[in-house]
Design a protein around this ligand. Structure first.
Ligand SMILES: Nc1ncnc2c1ncn2[C@@H]1O[C@H](COP(=O)(O)OP(=O)(O)OP(=O)(O)O)[C@@H](O)[C@H]1O
Ligand SMILES: [Mg+2]
Length: 452
């Protein structure tokens, strides 16, 4: 077994000693220094698995060190030690890429938890999961448009971090799926992922649902009940539709997140929490804060990192891939051969607006597949508003836009369609399009349609 090596940077000898003793008891090897420059020098020629740094150092600040490591040692998890109550600097460190923080005076329980999470991180780097693997993976986020590639890359980065992430996106766009991916690709995988729809719990039951209660603590509490926070212990809690939380719960939630502990109703003691908090909403929380419906302090805690999930209409080129995937899944489910879409049907799907995003696409295809007797789905089977079943859409119906933009859109659709029909095989697609593989690659690049 290789001994893990931890770098500690703090200018107070007492803290260095405390950290070295604590980590030593965890069978870890440590090196401790008191300045940024010593740390940088050591990092150059020694391998470390984790770095713990103080925020204020004699020759610089912890954030600079976090920034330095993001560039020079991007795979080394770094956590910061912050002064008591300085939330601002903790948040800043998380935004810069620190994966977590502990505040002074250092709570040894929290410290041990943080260290073991970090070491799990360095053991199983999520880098092994390339986009290709994700596309084959039924749980992953499908899509090869630049917007989805960026989202998938960000998810991998955020999975390593323990920072709270606020996921913003239209209804049905995949917010919950994003949250599951963040959980599944990080060190908490193997522990529970608990999604909670904040809009669906009656206000009077909320406290008990979140924090649990002790038998007899109120009328109707006939047995001890574990709350959602405890159910997520070691894992991730997704506060879905977080904008719907009533104000009195917002206060209690803020406290739980801040203290990293909860107290079930009627309990004598607090229970320490080790739960990563993700939140999601189709409403813009910043607007809710402005309107006085959401507490600014809670917003600030939840929204350390904001992740926007693009609407389906912003990534039309992903539609053929998603549609094929959905039809295959339905076929698996029903144990029947998969139904195919005609070219015109795919084009009609790509032209639709999708206020309900991927969920709408799923519903629409399920309805069409159920109602169609044959193995092919035609435009009419889709029952989209304003579509006619023709391979050549009426040019007068296309919206007014510059010719080049119009042509580019047509080219995108044609290429995406050809790729989908060729089962993603670029050589085959190029042949169908009357292009060489090289020409197709060139066009894909120009249109920003990277293909794997
Ligand atoms: N990129 C994607 N690849 C594959 N399936 C997806 C993708 N995005 C969303 N889905 C599917 O679309 C459906 C809706 O996704 P999800 O429930 O995550 O959306 P949501 O944004 O949380 O929706 P709501 O606002 O209604 O809560 C799910 O069945 C999900 O699996
Ligand atoms: Mg949802």
């Amino acid at each position: 077994m290789t001994l893990h090596n931890v770098l500690i940077i703090d200018d107070e000898p007492d803290i260095r000693e405390l950290l070295e003793i604590t980590l030593g008891r965890m069978q870890l090897h440590t090196r401790a220094v008191g300045t940024v420059s010593e740390a940088k020098r050591l990092l150059e020629n020694t391998h470390f698995d984790l770095c713990l740094t103080d925020m204020r150092l004699p020759d610089g600040d912890g954030i600079d060190l976090v920034d330095h490591m993001q560039i020079h040692h991007p795979n080394l998890p770094v956590a910061v030690i912050t002064a008591y109550g300085s939330v601002e600097s903790a948040v800043q460190a998380l935004k810069s890429g620190a994966f977590d923080f502990v505040s002074k005076p250092v709570d040894l329980h929290n410290l041990r938890r943080l260290v073991s999470t970090a070491l799990k991180l360095s053991q199983s780097p999520p880098e092994d999961a390339g986009t290709q693997a994700q596309q084959a993976d039924p749980h992953g986020l499908l899509g090869h448009t630049p917007a989805m590639q960026r989202l998938n890359e960000t998810i991998l980065k955020l999975a390593r971090s323990q920072a709270p992430v606020y996921i913003l996106g239209e209804s049905g766009s995949g917010k919950e799926r994003v949250a599951r991916e963040i959980h599944r690709r990080g060190p908490r995988q193997g522990h529970p992922f608990v999604p909670v729809n904040c809009g669906a719990i009656p206000a009077e039951l909320m406290e008990s649902e979140f924090f649990g209660h002790i038998k007899g603590s109120f009328t109707g509490a006939t047995a001890d009940k574990q709350g959602l926070f405890q159910a997520a212990q070691g894992g991730t809690l997704l506060l879905d539709e977080v904008a719907e939380l009533p104000l009195h719960m917002q206060v209690k939630l803020l406290r739980a997140i801040q203290e990293r502990a909860i107290k079930p109703i009627g309990a004598a003691h607090e229970i320490p929490l080790d739960v990563r908090i993700l939140s999601a909403s189709h409403k813009d929380l910043a607007v809710e804060v402005q309107a006085g419906r959401f507490r600014q302090d809670l917003f600030y805690r939840l929204n350390v990192i904001e992740l926007r999930v693009p609407a389906l209409r912003e990534r039309q080129e992903d539609i053929p891939l998603l549609a094929t995937h959905i039809l295959n899944r339905l076929a698996d489910h029903w144990d029947t051969p998969a139904k195919h879409l005609t070219s015109a049907a795919i084009q009609a799907l790509m032209a639709h607006d999708y206020p309900g995003n991927v969920r709408e696409l799923e519903n629409l295809l399920e309805r069409a597949a159920t109602l169609t007797e044959s193995n092919t789905i035609q435009v009419a089977d889709l029952r989209l508003p304003h579509t006619t079943d023709t391979e050549h859409p009426d040019p007068s119906s296309s919206p007014q836009r510059p010719l080049t933009q119009h042509l580019e859109q047509q080219e995108r659709q044609t290429i995406t369609l050809a790729l989908a029909q060729a089962g993603g095989n670029p050589t085959l697609a190029a042949r169908h399009l009357g292009l060489t593989a090289r020409q197709l690659r060139h066009r894909l690049g120009r249109l920003g349609l990277k293909h794997h």
